[in-house]
Design a protein around this ligand. Structure first.
Ligand code: FES
Length: 140
């Protein structure tokens, strides 16, 4: 079998396998990636220990309960809904600019969750934070 014959057979075989899967909605590569939710958590009240892990270091961040929590410095923390308002990909904290960035299509949000640019139009919901010792409370 030469190269042309191989690709002709594989290409036809892949189409034969994927087409029915796409029609049935089974193949994720065929979907429009709408599986992630852009809905922000509403009633929120939980505590994170900041003495270890990502939040022990300035610029660190983590996602907990669909909220991205970021440490600006020892006394300043941010909390906004993690799901990008475009298609729901979790945003990352960018410490250099104190903003949130979506790695999927590049939307950017301010430290308070306001949409700055990129795809999507909505803002990320912002949550309250309160620090007591090493306990950071995130609440709505
Ligand atoms: S999912 Fe965030 S910019 Fe598209």
């Amino acid at each position: 079998m030469n190269r042309k014959e191989f690709f002709a057979k594989v290409g036809f075989g892949a189409a034969t396998v994927l087409l029915p899967a796409c029609i049935a909605g089974l193949a994720t590569s065929c979907s429009s990636n709408n599986e992630e939710s852009t809905t922000a958590p509403t009633t929120v009240d939980f505590i994170i220990d900041i003495s270890t892990g990502s939040l022990a270091t300035d610029g660190g961040f983590l996602v907990s309960k669909n909220i991205v929590v970021a440490r600006v410095d020892a006394t300043t923390f941010l909390a906004v809904a993690a799901a990008c308002t475009h298609e729901g990909t979790n945003v990352n904290y960018v410490s250099a600019s104190k903003t949130f960035h979506c790695p999927n299509h590049g939307a950017n949000f301010s430290s308070t969750g306001n949409h700055l640019n990129g795809p999507g139009t909505g803002n990320l919901k912002q949550y309250n934070v309160s620090l007591s010792g090493n306990s950071l409370r995130i609440y709505s």
